[in-house]
Design a protein around this ligand. Sequence first.
Ligand SMILES: [Fe+2]
Length: 220
Amino acid sequence: MEYDYSNIYKKFDFECNECLKFFNHVDHEQDIYTKEHSDRVASYASLIGEKLNLSNEDMETLRLGSFYHDIGKVGISTKIIFKDTKLTDEEYIEMKKHTFIGSDILSHSPTFNNIIPIVKYHHEKYDGSGYPEGLKGEEIPLLTRIVSVADSFDAMSSDRVYRKALPLEIVKSEIAKGSGTQFDPQITSIFLDILNNESDKIHSIMHKFDNTGINKFFEF
Ligand SMILES: [Fe+2]
């Protein structure tokens, strides 16, 4: 859980490293909350990955992909990102483009090939009703299905600009409700098991990456 991201960075060549740091800086400058959100999603996803006995390589891909899953939001207008009322249909279409923008940014270096599926498909749903391509079931890459659960959990369990975090019991029931529709049932079951039996790990992540900033980035 105590993961040192500098280990990942060391693997990148200088240009890629600098490029990612730049985008990360821009992304996080837009909303202080985003970094904490990314850290928590990476941590929750790692807990699931450990239960699935993923290889070290997959665990690194999972952490990095989780951390940068919303990197494409650097390309979305802040007028849309910070809008505190419901988005229009047109604005929603724009917001959804962050999946493509993120994968486009990363596609310029082969270094990031492994995390592109996470960035591109993290809003796909298990029943095929998500975006951008309406992938269904195991068409959605495994690591992406993990990030989807972790991302949604954090979306519900954190304060947002218009409301406080939902109570954990409600979040759990929402995650359970999404099993087989929004989420992979096996991954849902593993995460619910962690929530029920290893809640100390969850609370430790929440505490470590607490945020006092507003929270808008991750809900689309
Ligand atoms: Fe997203």
